[in-house]
Design a protein around this ligand. Sequence first.
Ligand code: SAM
Length: 167
Amino acid sequence: MLDVGCGTGENALYLVQNGFSVVGVDLSTRAISAAKAKAQERKLRVDFRLANALSLQFEGGRFDNAIDSGLFHTFIDDDRISFAREIARVLTTNGGYFMLCFSDKEPTNWGGPRRITKEEIEITFSPHFNINYIRDAYFATRIHDDGGRAYLTSATKKSDWPRPDAP
Ligand SMILES: C[S@@+](CC[C@H](N)C(=O)[O-])C[C@H]1O[C@@H](n2cnc3c(N)ncnc32)[C@H](O)[C@@H]1O
């Protein structure tokens, strides 16, 4: 599995503890150092790497699944479609993408990252993926008692990828 924007690695470490083989990538040197330190301390094997999710140094079809917890909602509009294409590229045929982002139901009075609509998720990912569902969910954060309002998306890479007409 690939954990894109893995931060300090909690999700990647959880997956490894549950039997998955995981590569975690993040743009932040501090986050990757902290993730590596956690893995060492917990005696877990995760391949944590410094990398830009918009331009991954992996061959095509490398991963069965990718998870994205809190990365997609940080991108500017122009980066969204390149991101969707890059994730599709590194996934195997029929590979899965699971994404949690803040939803448009979350109040904006505390700042934070962009709020995302279901339509934006569909527009971004449907050229490369079949969307299985976009469900209401909650984002565990330091500032919410019960979590922030989020969408959990499950999508499957299209079997005829790459389509010549896709952006
Ligand atoms: C909100 S944090 C989420 C961290 C972790 N996935 C979690 O759920 O706790 C978003 C992470 O995405 C990383 N990030 C932002 N842009 C990135 C990019 N282009 N490539 C890789 N990581 C990126 C940030 O450094 C940050 O660690």
